[in-house]
Design a protein around this ligand. Structure first.
Ligand code: C2E
Ligand code: MG
Ligand code: MG
Length: 640
């Protein structure tokens, strides 16, 4: 042996002082990991593979080194077989650490790049080298004891290259990962590289396993500690686990059926029975779920909402029946008994074909709704909710695009003067088109604009387009004395609205009396900012109409507190009056007239309706009978 570097002689005396404690720690981790529930996702499977391969690598490493040390006493075939197994597992372990990194990227929905596609190839090369070694002796030979072959360095090449591949993949996708994930994945590769280097420097120390153990601990703490995915109430999974499973099912097109259920009036129950008793009941429910449905995975999501998920087409009807039967009885708690009702929502991932995060959100919204109801056996269809959300996403996209590119359209509908029977003004009504050019209902996108902070921009775009229309056309010639523009109460939140409106009018050289602002009765909440803003705008010269009168709860005294000059009677009130002519509407119209307010009747669809409303004293009429809201060019053409 003298004269030969130890690296070249595999049967040098080895130092095992590191391997025994490493194996003991590994056994503790494995014990903890195996005895806790594990989510059936790819990340878990690759970690499991790492644990199994690592334990085999260590085992075959120890056995083969021991046999090598005492080689004259053994059959060379035995020596060959164990060395072969050791090399095979050593290569596999390096490859599995790489697979784990890819699984993390995959779990974060990062698409598979070329790197992911081609890098398994070297592993097959390494495995082939092991298989043909008895013929070639490239890795080791067993004449006169075990000696390292000319390609022994492949051990370092394999480990090193996969650690570098992993580092590259992490670096490339660093923005899609959390900082914690980037640090953990980088640390894993660096520890592996250092381990290989130490092994290279001191090959007689069986030390690589200790570095692999460090990596396993990092993976365990950062990604796969079972406690990260378990609910604290009993042995069921939690919401992050639910999200992880669904996103994997979606990505891998794996069928999966979900039965969500919510405890009805959960918050009220918690108030009445107390948190401790409720928690006790939740723990018992969770235990019962895991015991009663071993073929499904059970999740406690939040606030009395649960889910059962099955990946082998479970019979949701039967599961629902079993749940209903159990919930017909009481749940014993430490103090007494609780009777709880449940509502259900079902979902089939294959049928819905909707990304997991959207599906989880919709399901949570549906379950939260269901936890507030108290009808027996209430249930919801998730496909309807998902359709609704898809619809909203389309509307949001179109709205944002239209706002950004100044593409909102403004239609005009004439207001007819009862005295002359001719148009006297117009109402501007905003229009938005979807990607196919079809009109989207204003109530849908206006509510969205209000909720998502776009209404100020929307209102200003409409006002600008109305002003441009006034500037570019001869209003007298088309018989229009003013144009009504609708305002949302949310627009009043912007304190500088009077200044902004004044600036728009100035830009187009339009005077304030050309614009009448409409605000709906529904939005007339008692809100001092609203009153101040209306007064401010009125002082600037704008006139105000109270829109949709009769659809809310305003009384006459409230109306008097605002500087309205016109009241628009809601079309439902108009319709009711035309159906059943009582005395209420005529009296109301008279009362308004005494207050010096002009009256517009909305929703006039027939000559008969026009006659009836004119008769009771309305000043202006608006409705499909005269014209539907039309694009500005068409409105101009009508005047000719
Ligand atoms: P609104 O201000 O009460 O507008 C009248 C609505 O009644 C319009 O609906 C109009 O198309 C419809 N309409 C008019 N005549 C008839 C009729 O004879 N029969 C029937 N069935 N309907 C008739 P549209 O355009 O769908 O607008 C709905 C609501 O959206 C408006 O109600 C208004 O509150 C709001 N809106 C429209 N444009 C704007 C805008 O630029 N800004 C704001 N903040 N809200 C707007
Ligand atoms: Mg209106
Ligand atoms: Mg109206």
């Amino acid at each position: 042996m003298k004269g030969l570097p130890p690296e070249r002689v595999a049967h040098a005396k080895m130092n095992y002082s590191f391997i025994v404690p490493s194996m003991l720690v590994l056994l503790v981790i494995m014990g903890y990991y195996f005895f806790r529930p594990r989510l059936p996702i790819r990340l878990n499977r690759s970690f499991l593979a790492i644990l199994v391969i690592d334990i085999f690598t260590e085992l075959f490493e120890c056995i083969s080194y021991r046999l090598n040390e005492t080689w004259p006493a053994h059959d060379p075939r035995l020596l060959g077989a164990f060395n072969l197994l050791f090399y095979f597992f050593f290569f596999s372990r390096s490859y599995m650490f790489f697979v784990f990194t890819i699984s993390v990227l995959d779990a974060r929905s990062i698409g598979r790049s070329e790197l992911h596609r081609y890098v398994p190839a070297p592993f097959f090369g390494f495995a082939l080298t092991v298989l043909v070694n008895p013929l070639t002796g490239w890795l080791f030979t067993i004449e006169n004891g075990c000696r390292n072959g000319p390609l022994y360095w492949l051990i370092y090449a394999c480990g090193g290259s996969y650690a570098l591949f992993s580092l590259m993949a992490v670096y490339r996708h660093r923005r899609e990962l959390t900082a914690h994930e980037v640090i953990s994945l980088t640390a894993i590769q660096l520890v592996l590289l250092v381990g290989l280097f130490v092994r290279f420097l001191v090959p007689t120390f069986v030390v690589m396993n200790t570095f692999c153990l460090m990596v396993i601990i990092i993976i365990f703490i950062s990604f796969l500690n079972p406690d990260l995915y378990l609910s604290e109430r009993g042995y069921v999974y939690n919401l992050p686990a639910f999200q992880a499973l669904l996103s994997e099912c979606y990505r891998r097109c794996r069928p999966c059926r979900i039965l969500g259920f919510a405890l009805q009036n959960y918050n009220e129950h918690r108030e009445i029975f107390g948190g401790k008793q409720m928690d006790d009941a939740l723990t018992r429910i969770n235990r019962w779920l895991t015991d009663s449905f071993p073929e499904l995975s059970a999740y406690y999501l939040r606030n009395g909402c649960f889910a059962l998920v099955g990946q082998n087409c479970p019979d949701l009807f039967a599961i629902r029946k079993k749940l209903r039967e159990r919930f017909a009885g009481a749940w014993k708690t430490g103090v007494g008994e609780l009777r709880l009702n449940v509502s259900f929502v079902e979902a089939d991932m294959e049928v819905l074909d909707c990304p997991a995060d959207r599906m989880v959100n919709t399901l949570m919204i549906s379950l939260d709704d269901l936890s507030r109801v108290s009808e027996p056996d209430a249930s919801l269809s998730l496909s309807d909710s998902i359709e609704e959300i898809n619809q909203k996403l389309i509307i949001r996209r179109c709205l944002e695009r239209a706002l950004e590119q100044d593409e909102l359209e403004v239609f005009l509908q004439p207001l007819v003067d009862c005295a002359t029977g001719k148009r006297i003004a117009a109402e501007a009504l905003v229009r938005l088109r979807d990607e196919e050019g079809k009109l989207i209902r204003p109530d849908l996108f206006i509510t969205m604009a209000e909720q998502e902070g776009h209404i100020v921009q929307l209102g200003e775009q409409v006002l600008s387009k109305v002003c441009r229309f006034i500037r570019d056309n001869d209003m007298d010639a088309i018989g229009v004395r003013w144009i009504n523009v609708n305002l949302s109460p949310v627009q009043f939140m912007a304190r500088d609205i009077p200044a902004r409106f004044a600036a728009i009018l100035k830009e187009y050289g339009v005077s304030e009396e050309m614009i009448h602002l409409e605000i709906t009765e529904q939005s007339m909440i008692d809100f001092s900012l609203l009153r101040d803003q209306i007064t401010g705008l009125h002082e600037n010269g704008f006139e105000f109409s109270l829109d949709d009168y009769g659809s809310g709860y305003s009384n006459l005294s409230r109306v008097r507190q605002y500087p309205f000059t016109n009241i628009k009677i809601d079309m439902e009130v108009v319709r009711n009056y035309c159906r059943d002519r009582d005395l209420l509407l005529p009296a109301l119209v008279q009362a308004f007239k005494k207050m010096n307010l002009s009256i517009t009747a909305e929703g006039i669809e027939t000559a008969e309706m026009a006659g009836a409303l004119k008769e009771i004293g309305c000043d202006y009429l608006q409705g499909y009978y005269f014209s539907r809201p039309v694009p500005m060019t068409e409105f101009l053409a009508q005047a000719v």
